[in-house]
Design a protein around this ligand. Structure first.
Ligand code: XIL
Length: 439
């Protein structure tokens, strides 16, 4: 660092201690550079915390491995002194939006610290559950917007982009959508009327405030012999239900970015089906603007070469690519998809092999996890011209859905922040990808 004509020692010290220096933007830039060189030290420091304290029950004090910063800036949350690390949204500024999902307990006022943490780190927020049809219209004609309104309000305070999730899906959608008053299956006309009413009401309410919508979720089949999943919507309306949903959403808010969202479409077995569907929509002039790849991933799969190829091919259709639900689970799992119906209950015999890290994540696994995230973000940065947003499915390991999917009741470690919202090795690996980016 001798070629720099000012003293970087204090900044270097801050970085060594795992925090960003107070002061000028220049200091922060230098800190990123230094982070690149020194992050292996940070990773080691942070890992020992993950190993020993991560699985402690919430509220139990944790040995702080990162020094407190009395001169913390307004941008930094104050709920835990070890959280004074660079906000992810600052690290990825100018590249793509960086998002998280907020769930209903937070939207209903529980855990304001987690909400503050989200405001600090993320400039996009998705509703994890609260805008699904079983929340917004559980009973026909009775719309509930309390959680959705709260989400929009929270996002507005930090000028974050709100992502609506989701309008048309086979799961978390009440049965009444598909039943006629006489108890028989709803016919096409009735199902379409209900779909349009639902979309126009929900999208209409947030017109201009929810900028991106996952309009149709998971319409593609996992079976080798069919393209479209057999869903109640497909059965009631026919294959054009997808097109109808996008048209209705566009009518309700012509400025919203409309997304087709699905899991495993980045993998070879499902990619061609997604490409066929999207091409046919585009050919018909359907207002679909982006493809959402959920990215519920594992340590050993998918192969990132397949993912990279998918990003390129989706983008060649003229669509923006959104990474909509990223997490990287570390637990053994036979099922590699994200079909929410595929849950299993854990038996006592399964504990030792299927839930091995209840006492904390071993350092070696935390490092593998960080490495996997590093590769993922290097790939996202290589394609930043194609990617509009990278959203994590959750905030911290404590509330990740992977603790219950596909096997209920496990202790997983899929996100960048641990159960106390301290940054994990994966956090440092991800932030470091920006400073090591090739020009
Ligand atoms: C999950 C939520 O995280 C869980 O809380 C809920 O019990 C089931 O749904 N793909 C999606 C998300 O599009 O809506 C799912 O979210 C995860 C898989």
């Amino acid at each position: 660092m001798s070629h720099l004509n000012f003293d970087v020692a204090p900044i270097e010290r801050s970085v060594r201690e795992g925090r960003f220096p107070a002061g000028s933007f220049r200091n922060r830039v230098i800190a990123i550079v230094l982070l690149a060189v020194s992050s292996s030290t940070l990773v080691t420091a942070c890992t020992s915390s993950a190993e020993t304290a991560d699985a402690l029950p919430p509220g139990k004090p944790q040995e702080a491995v990162i020094a407190p910063v009395p001169q913390a800036t307004a941008r930094v949350t104050k709920d835990h002194r070890t959280k004074d690390v660079m906000p992810l949204k600052e690290a990825f500024k100018g590249r793509f939006l960086i998002g998280s999902a907020l769930n209903y307990p937070e939207l209903q006022g529980k855990n304001p610290e987690r909400v503050a943490f989200v405001r600090n780190h993320f400039n996009a927020i998705t509703a994890g559950n609260s805008m699904k049809p079983d929340f917004t219209q559980r009973v026909e004609g009775q719309f509930t917007f309390a959680d959705g309104d709260k989400l929009v309000e929270i996002a507005a305070q930090s000028r974050a982009t709100v992502v609506g999730h989701t309008l048309v899906w086979h799961s978390q959608t009440p049965d009444w959508f598909f039943k006629a008053p006489d108890g028989k299956p709803a016919d096409r006309t009735l199902a379409l009327v209900r779909m349009r009413k639902h979309i126009s009401t929900v999208v209409g309410r947030y017109k201009g405030r929810i900028k991106q919508w996952d309009v149709v979720n998971e319409a593609i089949s996992d079976s080798p012999d069919e393209d479209l999943r057999q869903t109640p919507w497909l059965k009631a309306v026919g294959p054009d239900y997808i097109e109808q949903a996008f048209r209705a959403a566009h009518e309700a808010d012509p400025d919203a970015v409309l997304i087709y969202n699905d899991y495993n479409i980045e993998r070879e077995y499902k990619r061609p089906k997604a490409l066929r569907l999207l091409k046919s929509l585009i050919a018909k002039g359907v207002p679909v603007h982006a493809v959402g790849i959920q990215c519920h991933w594992r340590l050993d799969n998918p192969d990132f070469a397949e993912v990279e190829e998918s990003i390129k091919q989706f983008s060649e259709l003229g669509l923006k690519v959104m990474i909509t639900e990223l997490d990287i689970g570390v637990l053994p799992t036979k099922y590699q998809g994200a079909d929410v119906y595929r849950t299993e209950v854990m038996t006592p015999e399964m504990q030792a092999t299927m839930n091995p890290y209840t006492g904390g994540l071993p350092d070696a696994v935390a490092q593998q996890h960080a490495e996997r995230y590093r590769q993922a973000f290097e790939m996202f940065l290589r394609h930043q011209d194609k990617i509009g947003r990278v959203t994590f499915w959750g905030v911290d390991d404590e509330e990740s859905w992977f603790n219950d999917f596909p096997i209920k009741g496990r202790t997983d470690y899929p996100l960048l922040f641990d159960r106390h919202r301290n940054p994990k090795p994966a956090y440092f690996a991800v932030v470091k990808t920006v400073s090591s980016e090739k020009p």
